[in-house]
Design a binder for this molecule. Structure first.
Ligand code: BG6
Ligand code: MG
Length: 218
């Protein structure tokens, strides 16, 4: 079936913001008196801010009042916002514009499907927002990945059926969400971690235009 819609996750797919999320969570963990490793951070990819804090506190064995919980969630986001404040096009991951440009030339509809509530300002800062017909983010969804809601909403806004959609994802939860939405998934990152994806690439520099053509018309 021809693929008429391509949906991109944001953090770790379009821009290298996963490192900023990690740094902000790590600093919060250190402040609370425990370590938070990059390996543990894999669990945070594609996961909402609230859920991330719940997991972080579990890792550290910390119990929190609602007031503390809200305060720490705010602190993390405040630090993250400082990291992304001066973001510009230099932080777009390699060869992402090549792929966006190619798909646009082919009249393929494109969307962003992200768990982040900061998706829009980031896309504006790096100058890519005009490529996307719709942006579905943490402000629009009630159910987090691996629930398919975010991608199904994106497909609906694009006016294409889920089976006609291809999803780029760097998170295990995101690949599962694509699968749960009956969409084709392309894992960006470690193929061992993203083994459930239909296709795997380390990054966009490995994705050829021939491959994209083949996926569109497969
Ligand atoms: C996802 C990230 O895209 O967005 C997660 O992979 C992050 O790590 C989530 O927790 C929520 O982001 P934000 O910007 O709303 O805190
Ligand atoms: Mg991601």
């Amino acid at each position: 079936m021809k693929k008429n819609g391509f949906i991109f996750d944001l953090d770790g797919v379009i821009v290298d913001t996963a490192k900023y999320h990690y740094l902000a969570w790590k600093n919060l963990a250190n402040k609370l008196g425990f370590e938070f490793t990059e390996e543990q951070n894999e669990l945070f990819k594609g996961v909402s801010r609230k859920r991330c804090l719940e997991i972080l506190l579990q890792i550290g064995g910390v119990t929190a009042t609602q007031k503390q919980f809200d305060h720490w969630m705010g602190e993390k986001n405040k630090e993250y916002l400082q990291y992304i404040e001066n973001m510009d096009a230099s932080e777009i991951l390699s060869d992402v514009p090549k792929v966006l440009h190619f798909l646009k030339e082919k009249n393929i509809q494109m969307a962003v499907g992200s768990a982040s509530k900061n998706a829009r300002p980031i896309l504006e800062k790096v100058g890519l927002i005009s490529y996307f017909k719709t942006i579905i983010d943490g402000n629009n969804v009630t159910k987090a990945k691996p629930d398919p809601e975010v991608f199904l909403l994106a497909a609906q806004e694009l006016g294409v059926r889920p089976q006609e959609c291809v999803v780029f994802e760097d998170a295990v939860a995101g690949i599962q969400a694509a699968k749960n939405a009956s969409m084709t998934s392309i894992g960006i990152g470690d193929a061992k971690i993203l083994a459930e994806a239909n296709y795997n690439f380390r990054d966009f520099t490995e994705i050829s235009l021939d491959f994209l053509n083949a996926v569109i018309y497969e």
